[in-house]
Write a protein that binds this ligand. Structure first.
Ligand code: GLU
Length: 495
């Protein structure tokens, strides 16, 4: 089995490309027992829009996802990646053969002439399909005088119907009459995507072409090209369902990512998602669930993968699922790994105050807070945004976070019970300072005072953290430790 991922470097790496690449990767890995290969081919024949920056973004994205590590066996030995613009001679040989056999021909209309032809057809409400035209001697002479550069077109037989058995969609049919003769070489001599993709898939012995459903009609044209080359052994084709954004439109690279959902891999990376979670998330887009299990390691995905289980209908892009997968992966990280990752991130990308913290804080404190915060954040960046209170005291005292009229938490209430609570906590020994004992002590304190849990626990938690959301009061008292907790509670009274 030989699959390939063939991105055009005309935009940054996005999640649906990752899904395609991943599915190719899973398929070829599953077949690893046999001879397998997974090729990366940069389809850069769209010279106007392809850039090296986008190409680098694609490669960086794959590196971040760890998908390039063993995915492209040619990497260290053979060619890696393949670039179509370096293979023009190969394509040219194929085109020459088609021209010699009369299966392809030069066409010389200008864009304006083609537009005019299209308009003519529109007037009589018919679709425009370019077919080979006979030029007169005079026309040919005037084309020559004007130095017109021709394109090369492949003749498509309008009486033919192309039928293929798609791995995802099942039997698929296209009548060639719906397409005009296919441009395979542009006026500048560069092959079009259609020609390059077919030649490369033949030359690289690709056995399985897996790509997005937006290429489904292209496949009919491609099969016509295979036939023109006399290449009978077609690869198997599999077209993955389109991904629709939450507004029901095809997910676009232009969807505003800052708002509600992310689509570009570098955005996920910058928001401190975990690559493993993104892999798992993208593997689940458009797959019929066949087990309750959703969290799969890459090895498990390889084992489970079956392209024929991919759904036929359009898939929904649910960014909340990405957050969910990420939080699952964070939750399941062991504490030491979690601490190491967060510290790396903070040190690399955090602001100066975080760098200071990372340098001067003790590992034991990090290990203590890890289990409490792992279960609460969805991305590692949320640690940077929300968790300073584990290390620093608030600069200014904002009593509105502490008091809540609705919950009957008033300034009088807090200043009434706080001194007694401080007194109680102060008499606890270091040995007693466990989450369990703190909980017991506080609960009996609340009972004795005839208050509700929330009337004490909420303000205590808020005084310790000065944020709206954090681990609860017992947990915070325990993680901050006796000394630091006492300082924070006392400072509040004194303020
Ligand atoms: N270069 C094409 C794209 O980026 C690849 C299509 C294919 O896999 O054949 O959409």
């Amino acid at each position: 089995m030989i699959t390939r991922f063939a991105p055009s470097p005309t935009w940054k790496l996005h999640i649906w490309s990752v899904r395609t690449a991943l599915f190719c990767y899973l398929m070829s890995n599953k077949a690893k027992a046999e001879w397998w290969k997974y090729i990366l081919r940069i389809e850069d024949t769209d010279t106007a829009r392809s850039t090296k920056l986008f190409e680098q973004n694609l490669l960086d994205g794959f590196e971040w996802l760890w998908l390039d590590r063993d995915a492209w066996p040619g990497k260290d030995g053979g060619e890696w990646p393949y670039y179509q613009m370096e293979r023009l001679e190969v394509y040219n040989a194929y085109v020459q053969k088609l021209l010699e056999d009369g299966q392809a021909y030069y066409a010389r209309e200008t864009t304006e002439e083609l537009d005019a032809m299209r308009e003519e057809m529109q007037k009589i409400k018919k679709p425009f399909r370019y077919r080979q035209r006979d030029y007169t001697e005079e026309q040919l002479q005037s084309f020559k005088d004007e130095w017109r550069l021709p394109v090369v077109r492949l003749k498509l037989d309008p009486t033919r119907e192309i039928v293929f058995d798609d791995l995802v969609k099942g039997e698929t049919r296209f009548k060639l009459e719906q397409f005009g003769d296919l441009v395979i070489v542009k006026w500048d001599g560069v092959p079009t995507y259609h020609l390059a993709v077919v030649v490369d898939d033949i030359e690289m012995n690709i056995s399985h072409v897996v790509r997005g459903e937006d290429h489904l009609t292209n496949t009919a044209k491609h099969i016509a090209l295979y036939e023109a080359f006399g290449h009978d052994e077609l690869p198997r084709f599999g077209h993955l369902p389109l991904i629709m954004n939450p507004n029901g439109k095809k997910l676009s690279k232009r969807d505003d990512p800052k708002e509600v959902w992310l689509v570009l891999i570098d955005q996920f990376r910058d928001a401190w998602f975990l690559p493993e979670a993104i892999i798992n998330f993208s593997a689940m887009i458009g797959r019929n669930p066949w087990t309750e299990q959703e969290v799969f390691s890459l090895q498990e995905l390889i084992h489970e993968f079956d392209i024929t289980r991919v759904q036929k209908a359009n898939a929904k892009y649910d960014f909340k699922r990405a957050l969910w997968f990420n939080s699952e992966y964070i939750k399941n990280m062991d504490d030491a790994h979690f601490v190491a990752q967060v510290k790396d991130f903070l040190f690399l990308y955090g602001d100066e105050s975080w760098k200071e913290i990372v340098e001067h804080s003790e590992d034991a404190h990090w290990m203590k807070l890890a289990p409490y915060i792992k279960v609460r954040i969805q991305t590692l960046r949320q640690f940077e945004e929300h968790c300073q209170y584990f290390f620093t005291r608030p600069e200014s005292v904002d009593a509105t976070i502490v008091n809540r009229e609705k919950m009957k938490v008033t300034p009088e209430l807090v200043s009434g019970f706080l001194p007694d609570l401080i007194h109680l906590l102060e008499h606890m020994t270091q040995e007693q300072w466990t989450e369990e004992t703190i909980k017991e002590e506080l609960i009996s304190f609340i009972k004795a005072k005839e208050l509700k849990n929330g009337q004490v626990l909420r303000p205590v938690r808020a005084i310790l953290t000065w944020v709206e959301a954090s681990p609860g009061a017992f947990e915070m008292l325990y993680v901050l430790g006796k000394q630091e907790s006492m300082v924070r509670l006392k400072e509040y009274i004194e303020a």
